[in-house]
Design a protein around this ligand. Structure first.
Ligand SMILES: Cc1cc2nc3c(=O)[nH]c(=O)nc-3n(C[C@H](O)[C@H](O)[C@H](O)COP(=O)(O)OP(=O)(O)OC[C@H]3O[C@@H](n4cnc5c(N)ncnc54)[C@H](O)[C@@H]3O)c2cc1C
Length: 485
């Protein structure tokens, strides 16, 4: 079997020149101006030195780059928004196919559709769709990339009402492993379309997405209610029943951390450990007050849940995850936030000294849970919460990185009876990482099942490794395209 792991330096000079002549975007190699910028992604802890970054200007550049990588058996990675936490967007010595410059967005107001190129960020998408009073369900930080987020599922404030990002995907243009651009949808290449919806970047390089968009805003009733950390267990007693019964227009995110020095938090609270219930009610604003009342009645120390523009709410967490800081994230999905689970989170957060690290629990359920487990490649539609334990430190704090603390916490969670299967720990691309900083992501179990059926005869371990060799992985897309699934 061919390794697809050759460095760009192995390509003969005439072949490299010929590629440069065909490629309409910019090729940036070591020593070229802008090389360091081209190899910088959101997580400052990732320091990889690609052999060549192909900054694509159009889908034809993506086709050319994939063919070039295949011809020369190159190690290859795909970068869009650059927010993959484990840094799989970059590969040492190989070819980075960089789609971050593909910024086209076209909103079809009449049909409630948005056509979005792969380099678009969530903030850019929100601004474009809100001009028509619409929104595409996506994530909760504006600088995240639409592409990686969508291919991994896409959880956010609208998930319970309108489903995951993949549940709103109606089509995509994809470059498969043979460098062919194809349109995938429920009608065209349905197997490939199935794989794109939750299978991560394993089935091809997506150049453009077509989404359903929904009427949202311009105002939503949203924002955090803050409680001192030690009140977490008491707040959760009310929260559990309330959240379980809440209309799907309401989504909550529990954010547990030392209060950040954000402009929306009064200075005396900065650094104080807090249990925050962050709400977003996307129904008629006037109806939301009654819905959030049970949590408000508990008497938060700070109540910032109020009517505000959807765009403002979407930017709320931006400052807490600044590009360039160092990050190590792990996640686990839970059926319920039991008393032991809450106690564990309180215990963990009470010991965090960092003003930047945090735990966050996304409330799930609603529309996403009504889609069949096998209808898309996304695995795990039934859990009620996605809990993330996020270690954050500054570049100059490398000596005191919280990675060991994050790892200590995760095995604890693993032993909790409410935790799901072990493999779910790394299911989401956001959780991609291991101690050495080498990307290792276990694929969704449906995708693994497909893998095991295919000629690759991949095992679960190989499934993890495969993500580091996208050209080979992209062949899965070909297989699906040929209807083998
Ligand atoms: C600050 C922050 C906030 C986040 N918030 C949320 C959230 O609210 N909800 C949520 O669900 N997730 C969230 N995530 C996780 C996020 O969805 C993933 O990290 C996602 O991979 C980021 O996509 P990207 O395009 O920015 O990243 P990239 O690093 O560019 O891509 C990540 C991986 O996706 C694949 N990929 C990227 N583009 C393509 C493409 N065009 N075709 C094929 N494969 C591709 C590649 O394998 C790549 O390595 C967040 C992450 C961060 C860092």
């Amino acid at each position: 079997m061919v390794s697809h792991d050759a460095p760009v330096s192995s390509v003969p000079a005439p072949a490299l020149r010929a590629f440069g002549e065909r490629f309409r975007g910019r090729l940036v190699g070591p020593g070229d101006e802008g090389y360091d910028e081209a190899r910088t992604i959101w997580n400052g802890a990732i320091d990889r030195r690609p052999g060549l970054v192909a900054r694509c200007s159009a889908a034809s550049d993506v086709e050319n780059a994939v063919r070039f990588a295949r011809e020369h058996d190159l190690r290859m990675s795909v970068r869009s928004g650059g927010h993959g936490v484990g840094g799989l967007a970059l590969c040492d010595d190989g070819l980075v196919v960089d789609l971050s410059g593909l910024k086209g967005i076209r909103v079809d107001e009449e049909n409630g559709l948005a056509e979005v190129e792969a380099g678009v960020t969530l903030g850019e998408l929100d601004r474009a769709t809100q001009a028509f009073g619409l929104a595409v369900p996506a994530g909760i930080v504006t600088h995240t990339g639409v592409a990686g987020l969508t291919l991994g599922g896409g959880i956010g404030w609208l998930t319970r009402k309108h489903g995951l990002s993949v549940d709103n995907l109606v089509g995509a243009d994809v470059v498969t492993a043979d460098g062919q651009l194809v349109a995938a949808s429920a009608d065209d290449h349905p197997d490939l379309f199935w794989g794109l919806r939750g299978g991560g970047g394993n089935f091809g390089v997506v150049t453009s997405f077509r989404f359903r968009a929904h009427p949202i805003g311009p105002a939503v009733l949203a924002g955090p209610m803050l409680f001192p950390l030690e009140r977490g267990p008491e707040v959760m007693q009310t929260y559990r029943g309330w959240a379980a019964e809440a209309p799907e227009e309401l989504t909550t995110v529990l954010n547990v951390r030392r209060a950040p020095a954000a402009p929306w938090i009064p200075e005396p609270l900065h650094g104080v450990p807090m249990w925050m219930v962050v709400c977003c009610w996307c129904g008629p604003v006037e109806a939301g007050d009654a819905v959030v009342q049970p949590i408000r009645a508990l008497g938060p120390i700070l109540d910032l849940c109020e009517p505000k523009p959807w765009l403002e709410h979407q930017a709320m967490f931006d400052g807490a995850v600044t590009p360039g800081w160092h990050y190590y994230w792990k996640s686990v999905e839970l059926d319920e936030l039991t008393e032991p689970a809450v106690a564990a989170i309180v215990d963990h957060v009470a010991r965090i000294t960092s003003p930047r690290s945090y735990a966050v629990a996304f409330q799930l359920g609603g529309a996403m849970s009504r889609i069949g487990e096998m209808d898309t490649a996304y695995a795990g539609r039934s859990p009620a919460f996605d809990v993330n334990i996020n270690g954050v430190w500054l570049p100059e704090e490398a000596e005191t990185s919280p990675v060991p603390a994050v790892l200590e916490y995760i095995p604890y969670r693993k032993n909790d009876a409410t935790a799901l299967r072990d493999e779910d720990f790394h299911r989401h691309p956001a959780a991609a990482d291991d101690e050495e900083g080498v990307g290792r992501v276990a694929l969704p179990h449906q995708v693994l099942a497909v893998l095991e059926d295919l000629v690759l005869g991949a095992t679960r371990d190989q499934g993890e490794v495969l993500l580091g060799h996208p050209v080979e992985v992209l062949r899965l897309g070909e297989q699906l395209l040929n209807g083998l699934h």
